[in-house]
Ligand binder design. Structure first.
Ligand code: ADP
Length: 169
């Protein structure tokens, strides 16, 4: 499995799936969520509404899947990271957001997946701590090397990019 680090906009990434740092309502928001819905078009939001009608909101650490709408990615996996308050259980919730996204990807036969830096924007999770949790969750996922071909970490801001770059060395 290839692990790739890029700095840029996840809506431009060609992968079987990109992951959205959504909120529990699944109805769109700011940051990467807003960018994905803007670039992906209204079908993604329609699918999100249908999911909410069926199962209710998406709890923190959980994930749901929609099509990629107009994006180059075939699917969008919407997961909800924790808001940072400094409570230790937030570490586990952030790990769950990555783990449940990977589980859903594998169930759908996805081979290449791109992650943004979940919770490190509006949700204020400390970036180094979030990067460590993200890399551990993905790289320690059972049999990940056999299940996926490529995982891309997409850093939008320079600070996250530098942190990941150091950690992946
Ligand atoms: P959260 O609410 O989970 O913190 P945000 O969208 O506010 O979600 O931020 C999560 C991360 O996504 C931040 O590191 C932010 O810099 C990054 N981000 C914002 N826009 C994009 C984008 N278009 N592509 C990739 N990452 C993005």
């Amino acid at each position: 499995m290839t692990v790739q680090l890029i700095r840029g906009d996840i809506t431009k990434v060609e992968a079987d799936a990109i992951v959205n740092a959504a909120n529990s309502s699944l109805l769109g928001g700011g940051g990467v969520d807003g960018a994905i819905h803007r670039a992906g078009g209204p079908n993604i939001l329609e699918e999100c509404r249908a999911i909410v009608a069926r199962q209710g909101k998406c709890k923190t650490g959980e994930a749901v899947i929609t099509s990629g709408g107009n994006l180059p990615a075939k699917y969008v996996i919407h997961t909800v990271g924790p808001v940072w308050n400094g409570n230790p259980k937030e570490d586990e919730l952030l790990a769950n957001a990555y783990i449940n996204s990977l589980k859903l990807a594998i169930e759908h036969g996805i081979k290449t997946i791109a992650f943004p830096n979940i919770s490190t924007g509006i949700y204020r999770f400390p970036k180094e701590r979030a990067a460590e949790i993200a890399l551990d969750a993905v790289l320690d996922f059972p049999m990940i090397g056999e299940k996926l071909d490529k995982v891309v970490f997409v850093c939008f801001d320079e600070e996250n990019f530098n942190i990941y770059n150091e950690m992946l060395k």
